[in-house]
Write a protein that binds this ligand. Structure first.
Ligand SMILES: [Zn+2]
Length: 275
C-alpha cells in the first residue's frame, strides 16, 4: 500500500525558491513571449520535456522536448498556458462562480485557481510514494471519487488518463461528478498519426512502456479516436483548434503554446444521463 506523504517545504526553503524564480525571471525578461499566467514578458522560455524515438515516430502532441516550454518565473508549461488562455478568454470561467475539481493540479494553475475569488476550488490527487504535495490538496482516487454525483461545474484533468489502465472508469467518474451542463477539460498526449489508440496490457516494464508509449509510466498512446472514448462516457466533445476555436485571442504565438495542440472540451449534456 502506498504511503501518503504530505509536505510543506519549510519557510526558508520556500523563500529561497521564490527568490531564485524571481531572479531567473529577471534574467530571461524580454518582449518576445508573454506568459499569460504570471503576466511577465520574456526573451525566451525554458526548454522542457524529452525526446524518445516513439514520440517523434508517432508525432505525439503534448510530449517530447519543447524549446519554449517552461515560464522562467511561474514555471507554467505550454500546456498550462493553453488551458489558462482558453478559460480566461474563451469561456466565462473566471467571471462567474464555478466549483472546480482539478485532478493532479499543475502548480502554476493551482496558484491561479486557489487565489481566484469566483472559484470554489477542489484540488485533488492520488498521493504516491516519493512525491510531495501541499496539504491543501486532498486525496482522491479517480477510479472511485468520493464526491457526490453532480458536484462540480468544471473538472480539469490534464495529462492523467494516459497513466490509468481503466481510463473508461475514470471517465465515467468524471462524468458522474460533473453537474449537467458542466464541462471537463480532458487533455492527454495523442498521436496525430494513429487512427486507433495503441494499448497493450502485456507491456508493463518501465523500459518497454518508455519504448512503446513514450514514457515509463504511460499505459497507452491515444490516437485520433480519443474523442470517441470521451463520447462513450456520455460527453459531447469539442475539439478546440487554436486557429478556429480561439475567437477572442486569434494569435497565440506570443504565449509560447504548442500551435498543434487541441483542447478536448467535454460537455455533460443537460437532462441526459450517461449513454
Ligand atoms: Zn509565467
Amino acid at each position: 500500500m502506498l504511503t501518503i506523504k504530505k509536505y510543506i517545504p519549510p519557510v526558508p526553503g520556500r523563500l529561497l525558491k521564490s527568490t531564485y524564480l524571481a531572479l531567473r525571471g529577471l534574467y530571461y525578461r524580454g518582449n518576445h513571449y508573454t506568459c499569460p499566467v504570471c503576466g511577465h514578458g520574456f526573451r525566451k522560455m525554458l526548454p522542457g520535456g524529452f525526446n524518445l524515438p516513439v514520440i517523434k515516430e508517432k508525432h505525439i502532441i503534448g510530449a517530447g522536448r519543447r524549446d519554449n516550454d517552461i515560464c522562467p518565473y511561474c514555471q507554467s508549461t505550454d500546456r498550462d498556458r493553453l488551458i489558462y488562455l482558453y478559460l480566461k478568454y474563451e469561456q466565462l470561467f473566471f467571471k462567474q462562480p464555478n466549483i472546480l475539481l482539478h485532478i493532479a493540479p499543475e502548480p502554476a494553475l493551482y496558484k491561479i485557481f486557489s487565489h481566484s475569488k469566483t472559484i470554489d476550488y477542489h484540488p485533488a490527487t492520488k498521493y504516491a510514494e516519493g512525491f510531495y504535495y501541499s496539504t491543501k490538496i486532498e486525496t482522491a482516487d479517480l477510479l472511485d471519487l468520493h464526491f457526490e454525483e453532480a458536484s462540480f461545474d468544471w473538472v480539469i484533468c490534464n495529462h492523467v488518463l494516459e497513466h490509468i489502465p481503466n481510463d473508461r472508469l475514470a471517465l465515467q467518474e468524471i462524468f458522474r461528478v460533473l453537474k449537467p451542463g458542466g464541462k471537463a477539460l480532458l487533455q492527454v498526449p495523442y498521436s496525430i498519426l494513429l487512427d486507433k489508440t495503441f494499448e497493450d496490457d502485456s507491456i508493463v516494464s518501465e523500459s518497454d512502456r518508455e519504448k512503446y508509449f513514450g514514457q515509463f509510466d504511460h499505459v497507452r498512446i491515444y490516437g485520433r479516436d480519443y474523442p470517441n472514448r470521451l463520447k462513450k462516457a456520455g460527453f459531447v466533445v469539442y475539439q478546440v483548434n487554436q486557429k478556429n476555436g480561439f475567437r477572442k485571442t486569434p494569435s497565440l504565438d506570443k504565449f509560447a503554446v504548442n500551435p498543434e495542440e487541441l483542447l478536448f472540451v467535454c460537455d455533460k449534456p443537460l437532462n441526459k444521463s450517461r449513454l
